[in-house]
Design a protein around this ligand. Structure first.
Ligand code: TEU
Length: 586
Protein backbone atom coordinates (compact mmCIF):
# COMPACT_ATOMS: atom_id res chain seq x y z
CA UNK A 1 0.00 0.00 0.00
CA UNK A 2 1.21 3.52 -0.62
CA UNK A 3 2.84 4.92 2.52
CA UNK A 4 0.53 7.14 4.51
CA UNK A 5 1.19 10.87 4.00
CA UNK A 6 3.30 12.51 6.75
CA UNK A 7 0.31 14.30 8.28
CA UNK A 8 -1.39 11.01 9.19
CA UNK A 9 0.79 10.74 12.27
CA UNK A 10 1.32 14.45 12.84
CA UNK A 11 -0.13 16.55 15.67
CA UNK A 12 -1.24 20.10 14.86
CA UNK A 13 -1.28 22.93 17.44
CA UNK A 14 -3.67 25.82 16.79
CA UNK A 15 -2.48 29.27 17.85
CA UNK A 16 -4.97 32.15 18.23
CA UNK A 17 -2.31 34.88 17.82
CA UNK A 18 -4.36 37.62 19.49
CA UNK A 19 -4.33 35.64 22.79
CA UNK A 20 -1.09 33.65 22.65
CA UNK A 21 1.87 35.90 23.60
CA UNK A 22 2.13 39.70 23.59
CA UNK A 23 5.72 40.84 23.00
CA UNK A 24 5.28 44.66 22.85
CA UNK A 25 2.94 45.32 25.78
CA UNK A 26 -0.06 46.50 23.76
CA UNK A 27 -2.33 43.85 25.28
CA UNK A 28 -2.60 41.87 22.04
CA UNK A 29 -0.61 38.75 21.12
CA UNK A 30 1.73 39.06 18.14
CA UNK A 31 4.10 37.18 15.79
CA UNK A 32 7.27 37.92 17.74
CA UNK A 33 5.50 36.58 20.81
CA UNK A 34 4.79 33.31 18.98
CA UNK A 35 8.41 33.04 17.86
CA UNK A 36 9.52 33.48 21.48
CA UNK A 37 7.42 30.44 22.46
CA UNK A 38 8.54 28.00 19.74
CA UNK A 39 10.81 26.08 22.17
CA UNK A 40 7.74 25.38 24.34
CA UNK A 41 5.95 23.96 21.29
CA UNK A 42 9.00 21.93 20.20
CA UNK A 43 9.24 20.52 23.74
CA UNK A 44 5.55 19.57 23.62
CA UNK A 45 6.34 17.65 20.41
CA UNK A 46 3.86 19.13 17.95
CA UNK A 47 4.64 18.84 14.25
CA UNK A 48 2.61 21.73 12.82
CA UNK A 49 1.30 25.06 14.05
CA UNK A 50 -1.86 26.56 12.52
CA UNK A 51 -2.13 30.34 12.95
CA UNK A 52 -5.57 31.96 13.02
CA UNK A 53 -5.49 35.00 10.68
CA UNK A 54 -2.79 37.66 11.11
CA UNK A 55 -3.43 39.46 7.78
CA UNK A 56 -4.40 43.15 7.53
CA UNK A 57 -7.90 43.44 8.98
CA UNK A 58 -10.19 45.97 10.70
CA UNK A 59 -10.58 43.19 13.35
CA UNK A 60 -14.40 43.22 13.23
CA UNK A 61 -14.34 39.42 13.54
CA UNK A 62 -10.85 39.24 15.10
CA UNK A 63 -9.08 38.95 11.76
CA UNK A 64 -11.54 36.69 9.92
CA UNK A 65 -12.42 39.88 8.00
CA UNK A 66 -9.39 40.40 5.77
CA UNK A 67 -8.65 43.68 3.99
CA UNK A 68 -5.26 42.65 2.48
CA UNK A 69 -4.30 38.97 2.12
CA UNK A 70 -0.67 39.77 1.36
CA UNK A 71 0.25 41.90 4.33
CA UNK A 72 0.38 41.42 8.11
CA UNK A 73 -1.81 43.57 10.36
CA UNK A 74 0.32 45.95 12.48
CA UNK A 75 -1.46 44.48 15.53
CA UNK A 76 0.55 41.30 14.93
CA UNK A 77 3.71 42.72 13.35
CA UNK A 78 5.19 42.72 9.84
CA UNK A 79 5.88 40.39 6.92
CA UNK A 80 9.49 40.28 8.16
CA UNK A 81 8.22 39.00 11.54
CA UNK A 82 6.29 36.34 9.59
CA UNK A 83 9.41 35.33 7.66
CA UNK A 84 11.36 35.06 10.94
CA UNK A 85 8.62 32.92 12.49
CA UNK A 86 8.69 30.62 9.44
CA UNK A 87 12.49 30.30 9.63
CA UNK A 88 12.53 29.66 13.38
CA UNK A 89 9.67 27.14 13.22
CA UNK A 90 11.23 25.26 10.31
CA UNK A 91 14.59 25.23 12.13
CA UNK A 92 12.79 23.27 14.88
CA UNK A 93 11.12 20.89 12.42
CA UNK A 94 7.74 22.54 12.93
CA UNK A 95 5.60 23.29 9.86
CA UNK A 96 3.43 26.42 9.64
CA UNK A 97 -0.15 26.46 8.30
CA UNK A 98 -2.01 29.73 7.70
CA UNK A 99 -5.77 30.34 7.96
CA UNK A 100 -7.29 30.86 4.49
CA UNK A 101 -10.46 33.00 4.66
CA UNK A 102 -11.77 33.21 1.10
CA UNK A 103 -15.50 32.68 1.52
CA UNK A 104 -15.64 36.39 2.30
CA UNK A 105 -13.36 39.42 2.72
CA UNK A 106 -13.58 42.53 4.85
CA UNK A 107 -15.74 45.31 3.39
CA UNK A 108 -12.52 47.35 3.57
CA UNK A 109 -10.78 45.08 1.06
CA UNK A 110 -9.91 46.86 -2.23
CA UNK A 111 -11.83 44.16 -4.14
CA UNK A 112 -15.06 45.00 -2.31
CA UNK A 113 -14.60 48.73 -2.62
CA UNK A 114 -14.11 48.27 -6.39
CA UNK A 115 -17.10 45.96 -6.57
CA UNK A 116 -19.39 48.76 -5.35
CA UNK A 117 -19.10 50.18 -8.88
CA UNK A 118 -21.30 47.99 -11.13
CA UNK A 119 -19.12 48.88 -14.14
CA UNK A 120 -15.89 47.72 -12.47
CA UNK A 121 -14.26 44.38 -13.41
CA UNK A 122 -14.72 43.32 -9.76
CA UNK A 123 -18.47 44.04 -9.87
CA UNK A 124 -19.44 40.34 -9.79
CA UNK A 125 -16.80 39.25 -7.24
CA UNK A 126 -19.48 39.56 -4.52
CA UNK A 127 -23.19 38.63 -4.21
CA UNK A 128 -25.15 41.79 -5.09
CA UNK A 129 -28.96 41.75 -5.41
CA UNK A 130 -31.59 44.52 -5.86
CA UNK A 131 -34.17 45.36 -3.22
CA UNK A 132 -37.40 43.36 -3.32
CA UNK A 133 -39.75 44.74 -6.00
CA UNK A 134 -42.19 47.29 -4.60
CA UNK A 135 -39.98 48.11 -1.61
CA UNK A 136 -37.90 51.25 -1.06
CA UNK A 137 -34.23 50.10 -1.13
CA UNK A 138 -32.62 50.33 2.30
CA UNK A 139 -35.90 50.22 4.18
CA UNK A 140 -36.86 47.33 6.52
CA UNK A 141 -38.31 44.37 4.60
CA UNK A 142 -36.71 45.40 1.30
CA UNK A 143 -33.94 42.81 1.70
CA UNK A 144 -33.80 40.29 -1.20
CA UNK A 145 -34.99 37.56 1.21
CA UNK A 146 -35.21 36.73 4.92
CA UNK A 147 -31.87 34.93 5.22
CA UNK A 148 -30.21 35.63 8.59
CA UNK A 149 -26.53 36.07 9.40
CA UNK A 150 -24.73 33.74 11.88
CA UNK A 151 -23.77 36.90 13.74
CA UNK A 152 -27.28 38.40 13.96
CA UNK A 153 -29.59 40.38 11.72
CA UNK A 154 -30.21 39.97 8.01
CA UNK A 155 -27.68 38.26 5.71
CA UNK A 156 -28.15 41.24 3.32
CA UNK A 157 -26.72 44.74 3.81
CA UNK A 158 -27.78 47.71 1.67
CA UNK A 159 -24.99 49.73 -0.03
CA UNK A 160 -26.22 53.22 -0.97
CA UNK A 161 -23.36 53.70 -3.44
CA UNK A 162 -24.23 50.70 -5.57
CA UNK A 163 -27.94 50.92 -4.72
CA UNK A 164 -28.09 47.17 -4.09
CA UNK A 165 -27.72 44.67 -1.22
CA UNK A 166 -24.67 42.45 -0.67
CA UNK A 167 -24.84 39.04 1.04
CA UNK A 168 -22.93 38.29 4.26
CA UNK A 169 -23.38 35.06 6.22
CA UNK A 170 -21.29 36.52 9.01
CA UNK A 171 -20.83 40.13 10.05
CA UNK A 172 -21.99 42.97 7.76
CA UNK A 173 -18.29 43.81 7.45
CA UNK A 174 -17.65 40.36 5.89
CA UNK A 175 -19.21 40.47 2.38
CA UNK A 176 -19.49 37.02 0.76
CA UNK A 177 -17.22 36.37 -2.25
CA UNK A 178 -18.86 35.08 -5.43
CA UNK A 179 -16.87 32.00 -6.48
CA UNK A 180 -18.91 31.74 -9.67
CA UNK A 181 -16.53 34.48 -10.90
CA UNK A 182 -13.47 32.88 -12.53
CA UNK A 183 -11.56 36.12 -12.09
CA UNK A 184 -12.11 35.95 -8.33
CA UNK A 185 -10.99 32.34 -8.18
CA UNK A 186 -7.80 33.06 -10.13
CA UNK A 187 -7.00 35.97 -7.80
CA UNK A 188 -7.44 33.67 -4.78
CA UNK A 189 -5.16 30.98 -6.22
CA UNK A 190 -2.55 33.59 -7.08
CA UNK A 191 -2.57 34.84 -3.47
CA UNK A 192 -2.33 31.27 -2.15
CA UNK A 193 0.69 30.58 -4.36
CA UNK A 194 2.29 33.80 -3.11
CA UNK A 195 2.10 32.44 0.44
CA UNK A 196 3.19 28.90 -0.50
CA UNK A 197 6.18 30.37 -2.36
CA UNK A 198 6.97 32.40 0.81
CA UNK A 199 7.44 29.08 2.61
CA UNK A 200 4.26 28.18 4.46
CA UNK A 201 3.24 24.53 4.54
CA UNK A 202 -0.49 24.66 3.86
CA UNK A 203 -3.82 26.14 4.87
CA UNK A 204 -6.74 25.65 7.22
CA UNK A 205 -9.63 26.83 5.05
CA UNK A 206 -12.32 28.88 6.79
CA UNK A 207 -15.91 27.73 5.98
CA UNK A 208 -14.57 26.49 2.64
CA UNK A 209 -17.71 24.36 2.10
CA UNK A 210 -19.72 27.58 1.70
CA UNK A 211 -17.95 28.84 -1.45
CA UNK A 212 -20.45 27.13 -3.77
CA UNK A 213 -24.01 28.48 -3.41
CA UNK A 214 -27.14 26.69 -4.63
CA UNK A 215 -28.37 28.46 -7.79
CA UNK A 216 -31.43 28.02 -9.98
CA UNK A 217 -31.56 27.86 -13.80
CA UNK A 218 -31.52 31.65 -13.97
CA UNK A 219 -28.47 31.85 -11.75
CA UNK A 220 -30.64 33.13 -8.93
CA UNK A 221 -30.40 31.94 -5.34
CA UNK A 222 -33.52 30.37 -3.80
CA UNK A 223 -35.72 32.91 -2.02
CA UNK A 224 -34.32 35.55 -4.38
CA UNK A 225 -35.82 38.97 -4.88
CA UNK A 226 -39.17 38.54 -6.58
CA UNK A 227 -39.86 35.24 -4.82
CA UNK A 228 -42.41 35.49 -2.04
CA UNK A 229 -40.57 35.91 1.25
CA UNK A 230 -42.60 32.98 2.48
CA UNK A 231 -40.47 30.89 0.10
CA UNK A 232 -37.78 30.99 2.75
CA UNK A 233 -39.31 29.67 5.99
CA UNK A 234 -38.48 32.04 8.82
CA UNK A 235 -37.38 31.08 12.35
CA UNK A 236 -38.55 32.59 15.68
CA UNK A 237 -35.95 35.36 15.37
CA UNK A 238 -37.44 36.60 12.11
CA UNK A 239 -34.79 35.19 9.81
CA UNK A 240 -34.23 31.91 7.97
CA UNK A 241 -30.95 29.99 8.07
CA UNK A 242 -29.07 30.42 4.77
CA UNK A 243 -27.04 27.31 5.66
CA UNK A 244 -28.81 24.82 3.38
CA UNK A 245 -28.37 27.14 0.39
CA UNK A 246 -24.81 28.12 1.20
CA UNK A 247 -23.15 24.86 2.33
CA UNK A 248 -21.86 21.99 0.15
CA UNK A 249 -23.23 23.59 -3.03
CA UNK A 250 -23.18 21.95 -6.49
CA UNK A 251 -19.75 23.26 -7.58
CA UNK A 252 -17.86 22.77 -4.28
CA UNK A 253 -15.84 19.76 -5.43
CA UNK A 254 -15.14 21.37 -8.80
CA UNK A 255 -13.70 24.44 -7.05
CA UNK A 256 -11.66 22.32 -4.61
CA UNK A 257 -10.15 20.29 -7.46
CA UNK A 258 -9.38 23.47 -9.40
CA UNK A 259 -7.72 24.98 -6.30
CA UNK A 260 -5.64 21.86 -5.66
CA UNK A 261 -4.42 21.78 -9.27
CA UNK A 262 -3.65 25.51 -9.27
CA UNK A 263 -1.85 25.68 -5.91
CA UNK A 264 -0.82 22.38 -4.31
CA UNK A 265 -0.08 19.97 -7.19
CA UNK A 266 3.63 19.19 -7.30
CA UNK A 267 4.43 20.70 -3.90
CA UNK A 268 5.88 18.44 -1.16
CA UNK A 269 5.09 18.36 2.56
CA UNK A 270 1.78 20.23 2.27
CA UNK A 271 -1.31 19.85 4.49
CA UNK A 272 -4.80 21.20 3.76
CA UNK A 273 -7.79 21.06 6.13
CA UNK A 274 -11.20 22.51 5.30
CA UNK A 275 -13.66 23.81 7.90
CA UNK A 276 -16.97 22.12 7.07
CA UNK A 277 -19.92 23.37 9.13
CA UNK A 278 -23.13 21.66 8.01
CA UNK A 279 -21.43 18.79 6.19
CA UNK A 280 -22.37 15.20 7.09
CA UNK A 281 -19.57 12.84 8.19
CA UNK A 282 -20.14 10.79 5.04
CA UNK A 283 -19.13 13.73 2.82
CA UNK A 284 -15.70 13.80 4.43
CA UNK A 285 -15.02 10.33 2.98
CA UNK A 286 -15.45 11.78 -0.51
CA UNK A 287 -13.77 15.17 -0.12
CA UNK A 288 -10.74 13.79 1.76
CA UNK A 289 -10.32 10.74 -0.50
CA UNK A 290 -6.88 11.30 -2.11
CA UNK A 291 -8.26 9.87 -5.38
CA UNK A 292 -10.48 12.97 -5.62
CA UNK A 293 -7.65 15.51 -5.31
CA UNK A 294 -9.60 17.94 -3.14
CA UNK A 295 -8.60 18.35 0.55
CA UNK A 296 -6.56 16.22 2.94
CA UNK A 297 -9.16 16.38 5.72
CA UNK A 298 -12.12 18.37 7.06
CA UNK A 299 -13.25 19.81 10.40
CA UNK A 300 -16.73 18.38 10.94
CA UNK A 301 -19.23 19.84 13.42
CA UNK A 302 -21.61 17.03 14.38
CA UNK A 303 -19.61 15.96 17.46
CA UNK A 304 -19.40 19.53 18.78
CA UNK A 305 -23.16 19.95 18.38
CA UNK A 306 -24.40 17.01 20.52
CA UNK A 307 -24.99 19.28 23.54
CA UNK A 308 -26.93 21.97 21.66
CA UNK A 309 -30.61 22.01 20.65
CA UNK A 310 -31.55 24.25 17.73
CA UNK A 311 -29.01 26.93 18.55
CA UNK A 312 -25.75 26.82 20.50
CA UNK A 313 -27.35 28.98 23.18
CA UNK A 314 -29.80 26.20 24.16
CA UNK A 315 -27.45 23.88 26.06
CA UNK A 316 -28.09 20.14 26.60
CA UNK A 317 -26.27 17.86 29.05
CA UNK A 318 -23.38 15.77 27.71
CA UNK A 319 -24.29 12.17 26.84
CA UNK A 320 -21.42 9.79 26.07
CA UNK A 321 -23.49 7.52 23.75
CA UNK A 322 -24.24 10.53 21.53
CA UNK A 323 -20.53 11.29 21.23
CA UNK A 324 -19.75 7.63 20.47
CA UNK A 325 -22.40 7.56 17.75
CA UNK A 326 -21.11 10.66 15.98
CA UNK A 327 -17.43 9.79 16.37
CA UNK A 328 -18.24 6.32 14.96
CA UNK A 329 -19.82 7.93 11.89
CA UNK A 330 -16.84 10.21 11.45
CA UNK A 331 -14.42 7.26 11.77
CA UNK A 332 -16.53 5.00 9.53
CA UNK A 333 -16.65 7.63 6.78
CA UNK A 334 -12.88 7.39 6.31
CA UNK A 335 -12.30 3.72 7.18
CA UNK A 336 -11.29 2.78 3.63
CA UNK A 337 -10.32 6.10 2.04
CA UNK A 338 -9.85 9.66 3.22
CA UNK A 339 -8.74 10.93 6.61
CA UNK A 340 -10.25 12.40 9.77
CA UNK A 341 -9.27 15.44 11.77
CA UNK A 342 -9.63 15.01 15.55
CA UNK A 343 -10.59 18.08 17.57
CA UNK A 344 -12.70 19.15 20.52
CA UNK A 345 -11.26 22.63 21.05
CA UNK A 346 -10.63 25.60 18.78
CA UNK A 347 -11.13 29.39 18.87
CA UNK A 348 -14.87 28.98 18.19
CA UNK A 349 -15.60 26.23 20.74
CA UNK A 350 -15.80 26.37 24.53
CA UNK A 351 -13.02 24.62 26.40
CA UNK A 352 -13.64 20.89 26.48
CA UNK A 353 -12.66 20.31 30.12
CA UNK A 354 -15.42 22.73 31.20
CA UNK A 355 -17.83 21.50 28.54
CA UNK A 356 -17.68 17.70 28.99
CA UNK A 357 -15.27 17.25 31.91
CA UNK A 358 -15.62 18.08 35.60
CA UNK A 359 -13.91 21.18 37.01
CA UNK A 360 -15.51 20.96 40.45
CA UNK A 361 -12.12 20.17 41.96
CA UNK A 362 -8.51 20.55 40.87
CA UNK A 363 -8.08 16.76 40.84
CA UNK A 364 -11.19 16.17 38.72
CA UNK A 365 -10.26 18.97 36.35
CA UNK A 366 -6.87 17.41 35.75
CA UNK A 367 -8.28 13.88 35.38
CA UNK A 368 -11.03 15.14 33.04
CA UNK A 369 -8.57 16.94 30.82
CA UNK A 370 -6.41 13.79 30.60
CA UNK A 371 -9.40 11.53 29.95
CA UNK A 372 -10.69 13.73 27.14
CA UNK A 373 -7.19 14.14 25.70
CA UNK A 374 -6.53 10.39 25.75
CA UNK A 375 -9.93 9.73 24.18
CA UNK A 376 -9.38 12.15 21.30
CA UNK A 377 -5.72 11.40 20.59
CA UNK A 378 -6.16 7.62 20.50
CA UNK A 379 -8.75 7.83 17.70
CA UNK A 380 -7.70 7.37 14.06
CA UNK A 381 -6.95 10.72 12.48
CA UNK A 382 -4.82 13.84 12.89
CA UNK A 383 -5.27 15.45 16.32
CA UNK A 384 -5.52 19.25 16.70
CA UNK A 385 -4.56 20.79 20.04
CA UNK A 386 -5.92 24.29 20.67
CA UNK A 387 -3.65 26.59 22.69
CA UNK A 388 -4.15 25.92 26.42
CA UNK A 389 -5.96 22.62 25.90
CA UNK A 390 -2.66 20.92 26.82
CA UNK A 391 -2.79 22.74 30.17
CA UNK A 392 -6.42 21.87 30.88
CA UNK A 393 -7.38 25.54 30.63
CA UNK A 394 -11.05 26.14 31.49
CA UNK A 395 -13.88 28.37 30.27
CA UNK A 396 -13.69 32.06 31.17
CA UNK A 397 -16.42 32.11 33.82
CA UNK A 398 -17.89 35.40 32.55
CA UNK A 399 -21.16 36.48 34.18
CA UNK A 400 -21.97 39.82 32.54
CA UNK A 401 -22.32 41.02 28.94
CA UNK A 402 -19.54 43.63 29.27
CA UNK A 403 -16.92 40.93 29.84
CA UNK A 404 -17.51 39.54 26.33
CA UNK A 405 -15.67 40.69 23.21
CA UNK A 406 -16.97 38.29 20.52
CA UNK A 407 -19.42 39.95 18.12
CA UNK A 408 -21.26 36.63 17.70
CA UNK A 409 -22.08 36.44 21.43
CA UNK A 410 -22.82 40.14 21.84
CA UNK A 411 -24.95 40.49 18.69
CA UNK A 412 -26.91 37.30 19.40
CA UNK A 413 -27.55 38.44 22.99
CA UNK A 414 -29.17 41.65 21.66
CA UNK A 415 -31.09 39.82 18.94
CA UNK A 416 -32.36 36.91 21.03
CA UNK A 417 -32.99 38.68 24.34
CA UNK A 418 -33.89 42.27 23.35
CA UNK A 419 -35.19 42.16 19.76
CA UNK A 420 -36.74 38.76 19.07
CA UNK A 421 -37.29 38.03 22.79
CA UNK A 422 -36.82 34.27 22.20
CA UNK A 423 -34.59 33.79 25.26
CA UNK A 424 -34.43 35.63 28.59
CA UNK A 425 -31.27 37.37 29.77
CA UNK A 426 -30.41 34.81 32.47
CA UNK A 427 -30.77 31.86 30.08
CA UNK A 428 -28.78 33.60 27.35
CA UNK A 429 -26.01 34.60 29.78
CA UNK A 430 -25.89 30.95 30.90
CA UNK A 431 -25.69 29.81 27.27
CA UNK A 432 -22.87 32.31 26.67
CA UNK A 433 -20.99 31.23 29.81
CA UNK A 434 -21.11 27.65 28.50
CA UNK A 435 -20.80 28.16 24.72
CA UNK A 436 -19.39 31.59 23.85
CA UNK A 437 -16.30 31.62 21.63
CA UNK A 438 -14.68 33.99 24.16
CA UNK A 439 -14.26 30.97 26.46
CA UNK A 440 -11.41 29.90 24.17
CA UNK A 441 -9.98 33.39 23.68
CA UNK A 442 -8.81 34.45 27.14
CA UNK A 443 -5.02 34.86 27.22
CA UNK A 444 -2.78 31.79 27.23
CA UNK A 445 -1.76 31.05 30.82
CA UNK A 446 2.06 30.90 30.86
CA UNK A 447 2.68 31.59 34.55
CA UNK A 448 1.05 32.89 37.74
CA UNK A 449 2.05 36.57 37.29
CA UNK A 450 -0.57 39.33 36.97
CA UNK A 451 -1.38 38.79 33.30
CA UNK A 452 -0.35 35.10 33.27
CA UNK A 453 2.85 35.96 31.43
CA UNK A 454 0.73 36.70 28.35
CA UNK A 455 1.85 40.29 28.67
CA UNK A 456 4.27 41.81 31.16
CA UNK A 457 2.80 42.76 34.56
CA UNK A 458 4.09 46.32 33.99
CA UNK A 459 2.65 46.42 30.44
CA UNK A 460 1.16 49.84 29.60
CA UNK A 461 -1.99 48.19 28.26
CA UNK A 462 -4.22 45.53 29.88
CA UNK A 463 -4.90 42.40 27.77
CA UNK A 464 -7.74 42.92 25.24
CA UNK A 465 -9.84 40.36 27.16
CA UNK A 466 -9.69 39.33 30.84
CA UNK A 467 -7.14 36.79 31.99
CA UNK A 468 -8.78 33.87 33.82
CA UNK A 469 -8.05 34.25 37.57
CA UNK A 470 -7.34 30.49 37.76
CA UNK A 471 -4.07 31.17 35.94
CA UNK A 472 -2.65 31.35 39.46
CA UNK A 473 -2.65 27.55 39.48
CA UNK A 474 -3.35 26.53 35.87
CA UNK A 475 -0.30 27.68 33.90
CA UNK A 476 2.51 26.27 31.78
CA UNK A 477 5.29 27.11 34.25
CA UNK A 478 3.63 25.18 37.09
CA UNK A 479 2.75 22.26 34.83
CA UNK A 480 6.24 21.99 33.36
CA UNK A 481 7.51 21.30 36.90
CA UNK A 482 4.82 18.65 37.57
CA UNK A 483 5.29 15.23 35.95
CA UNK A 484 1.66 14.44 36.72
CA UNK A 485 0.31 17.57 35.02
CA UNK A 486 -2.02 17.73 32.03
CA UNK A 487 0.90 19.20 30.08
CA UNK A 488 3.10 16.19 30.92
CA UNK A 489 0.23 13.91 29.89
CA UNK A 490 -0.17 15.63 26.50
CA UNK A 491 3.58 15.35 25.88
CA UNK A 492 3.27 11.58 26.41
CA UNK A 493 0.17 11.36 24.22
CA UNK A 494 2.04 12.99 21.35
CA UNK A 495 5.08 10.75 21.89
CA UNK A 496 2.79 7.69 21.95
CA UNK A 497 1.47 8.66 18.49
CA UNK A 498 4.94 9.26 17.12
CA UNK A 499 6.37 5.99 18.49
CA UNK A 500 3.55 3.51 17.81
CA UNK A 501 2.23 3.15 14.23
CA UNK A 502 -0.97 1.57 15.56
CA UNK A 503 -2.02 4.93 17.01
CA UNK A 504 -1.90 6.75 13.68
CA UNK A 505 -2.65 3.96 11.22
CA UNK A 506 -4.52 1.27 13.16
CA UNK A 507 -8.15 0.49 12.41
CA UNK A 508 -10.72 1.69 14.96
CA UNK A 509 -13.45 -0.40 16.59
CA UNK A 510 -15.91 0.88 19.19
CA UNK A 511 -16.91 -1.24 22.19
CA UNK A 512 -20.07 -1.03 24.34
CA UNK A 513 -21.64 1.73 22.28
CA UNK A 514 -24.56 2.28 24.70
CA UNK A 515 -22.57 2.55 27.93
CA UNK A 516 -23.22 5.98 29.45
CA UNK A 517 -20.00 6.25 31.47
CA UNK A 518 -17.23 4.35 29.73
CA UNK A 519 -15.95 5.08 26.22
CA UNK A 520 -13.85 2.13 25.01
CA UNK A 521 -12.43 1.13 21.66
CA UNK A 522 -9.63 -0.89 20.09
CA UNK A 523 -7.04 -0.04 17.47
CA UNK A 524 -5.37 -2.78 15.41
CA UNK A 525 -2.53 -2.68 12.89
CA UNK A 526 -1.97 -5.91 10.99
CA UNK A 527 1.37 -4.86 9.51
CA UNK A 528 3.00 -4.43 12.92
CA UNK A 529 0.84 -6.94 14.78
CA UNK A 530 -0.07 -4.22 17.29
CA UNK A 531 -3.35 -3.88 19.16
CA UNK A 532 -4.36 -1.12 21.56
CA UNK A 533 -7.34 -1.10 23.88
CA UNK A 534 -8.42 2.34 25.11
CA UNK A 535 -10.84 2.56 28.04
CA UNK A 536 -11.88 5.96 29.33
CA UNK A 537 -14.30 6.64 32.15
CA UNK A 538 -16.05 9.88 31.15
CA UNK A 539 -18.16 10.08 34.29
CA UNK A 540 -17.24 11.79 37.55
CA UNK A 541 -17.60 8.68 39.62
CA UNK A 542 -16.46 5.06 39.59
CA UNK A 543 -17.68 3.13 36.57
CA UNK A 544 -18.16 -0.57 35.92
CA UNK A 545 -16.14 -1.93 33.01
CA UNK A 546 -18.83 -2.71 30.44
CA UNK A 547 -19.53 -6.11 28.91
CA UNK A 548 -17.64 -6.17 25.61
CA UNK A 549 -14.64 -4.39 27.10
CA UNK A 550 -14.51 -6.77 30.06
CA UNK A 551 -14.69 -9.78 27.73
CA UNK A 552 -11.82 -8.41 25.66
CA UNK A 553 -9.85 -7.94 28.88
CA UNK A 554 -10.76 -11.46 29.84
CA UNK A 555 -12.01 -10.30 33.23
CA UNK A 556 -15.28 -10.48 35.03
CA UNK A 557 -17.14 -7.33 34.16
CA UNK A 558 -17.60 -6.79 37.84
CA UNK A 559 -14.15 -5.28 37.72
CA UNK A 560 -14.43 -1.59 38.52
CA UNK A 561 -12.36 1.18 37.09
CA UNK A 562 -10.70 2.55 40.20
CA UNK A 563 -9.87 6.08 39.09
CA UNK A 564 -12.81 8.30 38.40
CA UNK A 565 -12.56 9.81 34.94
CA UNK A 566 -9.98 7.08 34.63
CA UNK A 567 -7.37 8.18 32.19
CA UNK A 568 -4.31 6.25 33.20
CA UNK A 569 -0.93 7.62 32.32
CA UNK A 570 -0.33 6.79 28.64
CA UNK A 571 3.25 5.74 29.42
CA UNK A 572 1.67 2.72 31.14
CA UNK A 573 -0.22 1.90 27.97
CA UNK A 574 1.18 -1.38 26.72
CA UNK A 575 0.87 -1.94 22.99
CA UNK A 576 0.16 -5.63 23.01
CA UNK A 577 1.49 -7.89 20.27
CA UNK A 578 -1.42 -10.23 19.83
CA UNK A 579 -2.47 -13.01 19.62
CA UNK A 580 -0.59 -14.50 22.56
CA UNK A 581 -0.61 -11.64 25.00
CA UNK A 582 -3.92 -10.36 26.24
CA UNK A 583 -4.72 -6.80 25.31
CA UNK A 584 -3.57 -4.12 27.63
CA UNK A 585 -6.00 -1.75 29.21
CA UNK A 586 -5.03 1.87 28.84
O1 TEU B 1 -16.33 29.78 11.70
C1 TEU B 1 -17.40 29.30 10.89
C2 TEU B 1 -18.49 28.85 11.71
O2 TEU B 1 -19.18 27.91 11.44
C3 TEU B 1 -18.74 29.73 12.88
O3 TEU B 1 -19.94 30.37 12.58
C4 TEU B 1 -18.78 28.89 14.10
O4 TEU B 1 -19.30 27.61 13.80
C5 TEU B 1 -19.68 29.57 15.05
O5 TEU B 1 -18.99 30.74 15.38
C6 TEU B 1 -19.99 28.71 16.22
O6 TEU B 1 -21.10 29.29 16.83
C7 TEU B 1 -15.29 30.37 10.92
C8 TEU B 1 -14.22 30.85 11.88
O7 TEU B 1 -13.67 29.74 12.58
C9 TEU B 1 -14.86 31.83 12.82
O8 TEU B 1 -13.95 32.27 13.83
C10 TEU B 1 -15.31 33.04 11.99
O9 TEU B 1 -16.00 33.94 12.83
C11 TEU B 1 -16.24 32.60 10.85
O10 TEU B 1 -15.80 31.44 10.15
C12 TEU B 1 -16.33 33.71 9.81
O11 TEU B 1 -15.06 33.83 9.20
Amino acid sequence: ATPNPWWTNAVVYQIYPRSFQDSNGDGFGDLQGITSRLDYLADLGVDVIWLSPVYKSPQDDNGYDISDYQDIDPLFGTLEDMDELLAQAHARGIKVVMDLVVNHTSDEHAWFQASRDPEDEHADWYWWRPARPGFEPGTPGAEPNRWGSCFGGSAWEYDPKRGEYFMHNFSRKQPELNWESKGLRQAVYSMMNWWMDRGIDGFRMDVIVMISKVMDENGLLPGEAGCLLEDTPVGPEGYSNPGPFCTDGPRLEEFLKEMRAAVFEGREGVITVGEAPGLSPERTGVISDPANHELDMLFLFDHVSIDQEGTKWNVLPFEAPKLKDIMSREQEAVRDAGWASLYFDNHDQPRIVSRWGDTSSEELRSLSAKALGLLLHMHRGTPYIYQGEELGMTNAGFTSLDQYRDLESINMYHQRVEEAKVQDAASMLHGMAVMSRDNARTPMQWDSSTYAGFTASYAPKEPWISVNPNHATINAAAEKRDQDSVLAFYRKLIALRHENPVVAAGSWHLLDKDDRQVYAFTRELESTQERLLVIVNLSSDHARIPEQTAQLLGIDHAGMMTATLGAVDPSKVVISNYPDEDTAAS
